[in-house]
Design a protein around this ligand. Structure first.
Ligand code: HEM
Length: 472
């Protein structure tokens, strides 16, 4: 095998960027089905890209010092773009993810307080319970038939977050109704952004999103009302059995003494439910597909799990101490997040003109109100930042030298003050699910199926991820 073909073998399929076009309408048309279509091939080589979309100046920032400046050093000068709020508002209202300034600061203080309950050792039993049910469901599946592992990962991650927020598993009836509404919302929100670029009024486009959002919000509102009633009756749980909802209800901002109102609780829980399962499901589905494509990596992972679990029967679940030793499994997950980041685009707005925009100290060419795009999808596959950028190589995350890559070139969870507070939660959950999966099954590709990866609010496959499972 020549060097070139060896390398190609290690480049898992991905929706490649299309040739350069300066025609904005053509680019928007490409972005209608998937935001990845908005990109040109050229964007993976340049430090900064610039276009004007019908009067709106839009920049793509790949340059690490500038990424740092926007996300870390001058975060208050580059808040989340209003389009973030606008696309998500029907579903999550004014929850933490899309607001800025003081409104964000006090919410973050309360969320950080409530997240004490989501500490890794406290949530481990919820993760273990949901993973046990997931493995049972897979064992019930006929082994000759392809299984949609993307749908299964959606179910297990939603179950984990449900147990963490509400202390109960997700029922089958709930999951069907809610997932369908989420997936319709995703599809419509993807298109809504393109329509907004075409200057269609916000109110008109939001109407289209409200029906699906209402199904999810009403479902969450009922659970919150019941819990608030219990709290009002003085029936509060002890601090050891408190779940995330209890903590959010009781969280109290030490600076302003503010607490979340009923409406704000619905906003936050809707967001946490979305953030807590969509992203994890996306990465776990893709990670399993990669394990099916690379049997050698899958086998190496299985050997690591067997070594760590030291001959324990497969019926006995892995424990947290064992999960923490699975370094190769973590590396596989990180490499999956690098090549297929669930949140592929962050958008920020430039609101201050008194600083030079470009790192070199050049005078600013970036006008007030410009939309700045920072894309993990582009930066993490960029040829300036990564050796063999398109190659799936988990080993790159095992090396210990700091100089492996620039810090700003790996940002699946964001960086800086707005970095995801659920990162450690997601890592623990992913390692547990993948480790239990390979202990129980050998996964292989289903003949003729290639996932159609589509970039919207999160990166998901529009035709599922179909794989074959065989008991080991
Ligand atoms: C693989 C899984 C996950 C990925 C890739 C991910 C990624 C992200 C990203 C990229 C952001 C925004 C960063 C920015 O705009 O600068 C974010 C924010 C956030 N995520 Fe996650 N996330 C994951 C799982 C979770 C989980 C499990 C939770 C909760 C249990 C969570 C809760 C949040 C919250 C509350 C924010 C808002 C933070 C803020 O605005 O201050 N995420 N996440």
């Amino acid at each position: 095998m020549t060097e070139v073909t060896k390398q190609q073998r290690n480049e898992p399929p991905w929706p490649k960027p299309l040739p350069y076009t300066a025609n904005i309408l053509h680019r928007l048309a490409r972005g209608w089905k998937t935001w990845l279509g908005l990109l040109n091939e050229w964007d993976f080589r340049i430090p900064i890209g610039e276009i004007n979309i019908l009067g709106l100046p839009v920049f793509l920032i790949n340059d690490p010092p500038l990424v740092r400046r926007i996300l870390v050093d001058e975060v208050e000068n580059f808040p989340k773009h209003p389009y973030t709020l606008w696309i998500l508002e029907p579903l999550i209202g004014r929850a933490i993810f899309s607001v800025n300034g003081e409104e964000w600061q006090w919410q973050r203080r309360l969320i950080d307080q409530a997240f004490q309950v989501a500490k890794l050792n406290r949530v481990f039993p919820s993760m273990a319970g949901a993973t046990e049910d997931f493995i049972k469901r897979l064992h019930e599946h006929k082994s000759q038939q392809p299984i949609d592992i993307d749908a299964e990962m959606t179910l297990v991650t939603a179950d984990v977050i449900m147990r963490t927020i509400l202390s109960r598993p997700l029922s089958e009836g709930e999951s069907k109704k809610i997932f369908l509404a989420f997936s319709r919302y995703q599809r419509k929100a993807g298109r809504a952004l393109v329509l907004r670029f075409l200057n269609l009024p916000k109110s008109l486009i939001q109407i289209n999103l409200k029906n699906d959002a209402k199904i999810i919000r009403d479902w969450i509102h009922i659970a919150i009302k019941e819990r608030l009633k219990k709290h009002a009756e003085g029936d509060e749980t002890s601090s050891t059995s408190m779940d995330l909802l209890d903590c959010l209800i009781m969280a109290n901002d030490p600076e302003t003494k503010r607490k979340f109102s009923e409406k704000q609780l619905v906003d936050q829980i809707c967001f946490l439910f979305l953030a807590g399962h969509e992203t994890s499901a996306s990465s776990l589905g893709v990670a399993t597909w990669l394990l099916a494509l690379y049997q050698d990596i899958q086998q190496k992972l299985r050997e690591e799990v067997l070594l760590v679990s030291a001959g324990k029967p497969v019926q006995e679940q892995l424990e947290q101490v064992e999960i923490r030793k699975l370094n190769y499994c973590s590396a596989i997950f990180n490499e999956t997040l690098r090549l297929y980041p669930p949140v592929s685009f962050f958008i920020r707005e430039r609101i201050k003109t008194d600083t030079n925009f470009f790192v070199s100290g050049e005078k600013s060419k970036c006008p007030l109100g410009a939309l700045l795009t920072l894309s993990p999808w582009v930066i993490q596959r960029h040829e300036n930042h990564w050796e063999d950028p398109q190659v799936f190589k988990p080993e790159r995350f095992l090396k210990t030298k700091e100089s492996r890559w620039v810090k700003e070139a790996f940002l699946p969870f964001g960086i800086g003050p707005r970095k995801c507070p659920g990162a450690a939660f997601a890592q623990q959950e992913a390692v547990l699910v993948l480790a239990e999966l390979v202990r129980n099954f050998k996964v292989s590709p289903a003949k003729g199926h290639i996932p159609n990866l589509t970039g919207r609010l999160t990166l998901r496959s529009s035709n599922g991820i179909k794989l074959l499972l065989q008991k080991v």
